[in-house]
Design a binder for this molecule. Sequence first.
Ligand code: 13P
Length: 249
Amino acid sequence: MRKKVVAGNWKCNTTVAEGVALAKEVNDIVTATDVVVVLGTPFTHITEVVKTITNKSISVAAQNCAAEAKGAFTGEVSAAMVQSTGAKYVILGHSERREYYGETSEILNKKVALALANGLTPIYCCGEALPIRESGKQNEFVINQLQETVFTLSPEDFKKIIIAYEPIWAIGTGVTATTQQAQDMHKALRDAIATKFGNDIAQETSILYGGSCNASNAKELFASPDVDGGLIGGASLKAADFNTIIMSY
Ligand code: 13P
């Protein structure tokens, strides 16, 4: 049975004190045991948040890691550093990083390899912009994003990855993909994974939906057979809303 995962992406929000307070609230409110809950915090917060979490269902993620192992790369945070904080996951390939920080498939391949080499589980994001959706070429585009990156991994390494489908037009806009749009894409991605790595691996891969997923629409989205959870931005900053999303299974 593939894992159900609800991951929060706090993005560039909260001070350390605010983040620790939020993590404590989430820690205390979450009772679900069949859902893997992940808190994607800023780098600066990870060590403190890891110390705060006692709830066995909850792990911590970084939102990025460097494309180099170590060395003279001022301001970068390596996968080994992330691992040393106690974080277990790392969000990679988010559309905001692709768009604002120029992350290409080549850069992302280096990041994924370093994350895996350091025992981190990548939550690997993909998704199309509005013009691509309007042209009807979204499946082709998103599958190509995977073909250039995580589909180049060995089957053993691919098995360690979580995929997050995040249509860019749904991120932070309040416009969620319809349940049908999410299911259609997730099914297309699972089929592509089956073609590349075989049906057993495809059936075991968790594919999360992200983009204006909130306490009101999560239940409907998560009811789709190929939607295995969510990557949640804005709604993960409120413990009660985030817990409602977790309880939406
Ligand atoms: P929102 O849930 O705020 O739309 O953000 C989604 C997202 O980008 C999560 O990574």
